[in-house]
Design a protein around this ligand. Structure first.
Ligand code: GCU
Length: 606
């Protein structure tokens, strides 16, 4: 089909857009076709494909009598002719535009995407257009009809499109805008690259008319001999079945009038999930004409005083922080191979824990963490100076938090939901972050709540602590501290004493130093690998004096891109705190941390 001027077709849109539908749990296990691959794109810095010259959105004035479209037909058929997808270049989906097109490396604004696809919709089926993530704001059109919009660069969204699909030829147009704004989440300042685009998979999913929409299975936090959960169905269903063949569970459960089937199933011999034995069970959830398969691990994570207990046993979280970026394939991670490489490096470090900073990572990362035995700190990008008093900002943060928990609630590896990072203490911020902590507890009683807070110093002394009032609302005293890099020199660390007057586990969510891989100096000058190595030696000595210490996620596994790091000798827009350089070479500090974790692992085995 000729798309001589696709955007014109957009104006034949019904302005009434449809709501996003509730997320399908485990989309990859559903019947689907992938819409990944090359999509045509048009960069549109002034958004003239969306607004007319009076800055009125075509969506609004569309084909109303006497509206823009009518005028267009009458007196100006040439406008927008420039927006011609057929002759436009392509971008790979999934993938950000910054790393694919040199002139878009620092681009922030709108890019239009378009692709055609062929499908033969079947009667008795429902169809869903599913996006793994689009950074930051998406407007979605199918066959010239506007489906709706989504905000948030790291969480999935979907629209039901059953009634809009054509037999044979169909086409999708997306308006993607990664411009930063103060009132968004994250806000205008972040220490990571603002990768724009369709950065995760696009799927066309089909389900039976009455289908399994959502489900959760977990070990009862208060009774590890009971698996509890729910199945949510849409459509006429009187009962569903939950089967875990290896546990000889095959249970029929009645569906209530709201479509929910809740259950508590006694189980005698469960092998609990752990990093040492990441046991996953085949789970089959079925209704009269739908079936979903999953692999789920069962475990409990709790705190007791200053201890963290995994399956009732004290555990030390030997972690490392990581962004969703690997140096060999610039840009956002594109798939399982990318992710697996980073996780292998973490395993080489003797890690049993990873902090997936500072936003929800790809769903595939959590499934891989389940399989590889890596416990996870998951986080939403409530980062630095958010607009704490803006109600819409709070709603946005809460929606991203909810979508992350809804999407990943069946992943055994996730131990901690984090509601943010380094947010400055104030009354409005306390209300905002406290609300998010409450939201987590209302959605999930089987995981810990945390945030990466900031270290504080007792007046005039070298006694350091974390006296952020948010500590009362979360389960860990979790904070970032950069002694020896942003404050003091490594040799001054021995003057610091940490003191905590709260009976909770202490978790250091960041420490670190920059080093340019391959730059060596006997004098351990700043930016040398030896400086970073020395910092790690002295930080580990300092932190192991904290008797309540139960975990660390040093900053960071690999060097990563940041617009805040322009130093032309040492950085070139890379944050150099990685233990691995952007060429994949391990720096000297890598082996210091690896050794420390080896000793920690042996100590906890005893
Ligand atoms: C902060 C922040 C990170 C940042 C790091 C740094 O603690 O949480 O996102 O990259 O420090 O300064 O390198």
């Amino acid at each position: 089909m000729k798309y001589l001027n696709i955007l014109l077709l957009l104006f034949v849109v019904s302005t009434a857009v449809r709501a996003q539908s509730s997320l399908l749990q485990n989309p990859y296990s559903r019947d689907h076709i992938s819409l990944n691959g090359p999509w045509h794109y048009i960069a549109d810095p002034y958004e003239n494909g969306y607004y007319n010259y009076r800055r009125k959105a075509f969506d609004e004035i569309g084909n109303k009598k006497g509206g823009y479209y009518d005028n267009l037909k009458q007196n100006n058929p040439m406008s927008l002719i420039e927006y011609d997808f057929d002759h436009a270049p392509t971008l790979d989906v999934p993938g950000d535009w910054n790393s694919q097109v040199e002139k878009l490396e620092l681009y922030e604004g709108t890019v239009w995407y378009q692709r055609a696809f062929v499908v033969s919709p079947e009667k008795g089926k429902k169809y869903w257009l599913y996006f793994g993530a689009v950074n930051y704001e998406a407007h979605v059109y199918l066959n010239g009809k506007k489906l709706g919009t989504h905000k948030g660069g790291f969480t999935p969204f979907q629209f039901e499109v059953t009634d809009l699909l054509h037999e044979g030829d169909n086409f999708i147009v997306l308006k993607v805008d990664n411009a930063r704004h103060q009132d968004e989440v994250p806000t205008v300042n972040t220490d990571w690259w603002n990768y724009g685009g369709v950065t995760r998979d696009v799927l066309l999913i089909n389900t039976p008319d009455s289908y399994i929409q959502d489900y959760q299975l977990k070990l009862n936090p208060a009774n590890n001999k009971e698996i509890r959960g729910f199945v949510k169905v849409e459509g006429e269903e009187s009962e569903v079945k939950v089967a875990i063949p290896e546990l000889k569970v095959d249970k029929a459960i009645a569906v209530d009038r709201n479509g929910y089937a809740s259950f508590a199933i006694p189980v005698k011999k469960v092998v609990y999930w752990s990093p040492e034995n990441p046991k996953l069970y085949e789970v089959q959830i079925s209704s009269s004409n739908d079936m979903v398969l999953d692999k789920i691990g069962f475990r409990t994570i709790t705190t007791e005083g200053t201890d963290i207990l995994l399956n009732g046993k004290s555990v030390f979280l030997r972690g490392i922080s990581m962004h969703e970026e690997n140096p060999f394939l610039p840009g956002r991670l594109r798939g399982e191979g990318d992710i697996k490489m980073l996780f292998q490096w973490a395993k080489e470090l003797n890690c049993n824990f990873i902090r997936l900073a500072h936003y929800p990572h790809d769903e595939k990362a959590l499934k891989l963490a389940d399989e590889m035995g890596l416990m996870v700190w998951a986080e939403i990008p409530v980062y630095w100076t958010i607009s704490w008093e803006n109600e819409a900002t709070y709603k946005n943060a809460e929606a991203q938090l909810t979508d992350m928990i809804v999407r990943d609630k069946n992943r055994a590896s996730i131990m901690i939901w984090s509601v943010g990072n380094e947010t400055p203490v104030s009354e409005p911020r306390m209300k905002f972050m406290g609300g998010l902590a409450d939201k987590v507890r209302s959605l999930d009683d089987s995981r810990l709540v945390a945030a990466a807070l900031e270290v504080s110093q007792k007046e005039g002394e070298m006694v350091w602590t974390c006296d952020d009032p948010l500590v009362d609302k979360i389960d860990l005293v979790s904070f970032n501290e950069y002694a020896g890099w942003y404050w003091l020199t490594p040799s001054e660390l021995s003057k610091i004493k940490f003191e905590f007057d709260i009976d909770k586990p202490v978790f250091i969510s960041e420490f670190g130093a920059g080093a340019l891989g391959g730059f060596h100096s006997e004098d351990r000058v700043r930016w040398s690998e030896e400086y970073q190595e020395d910092l790690y030696i002295k930080q580990i000595k300092l932190l192991t004096e904290i008797k309540q210490l139960r975990g660390v996620t040093p900053w960071i596994l690999v060097d990563f891109r940041s617009p805040r790091r322009p130093h032309s000798v040492y950085q070139n827009f890379w944050n150099r705190k990685g233990l691995i350089s952007n060429t994949g070479d391990k720096k000297k500090a890598f082996f210091i941390l690896k050794d420390y974790y080896q000793k920690q692992e042996e100590a906890y085995k005893k």
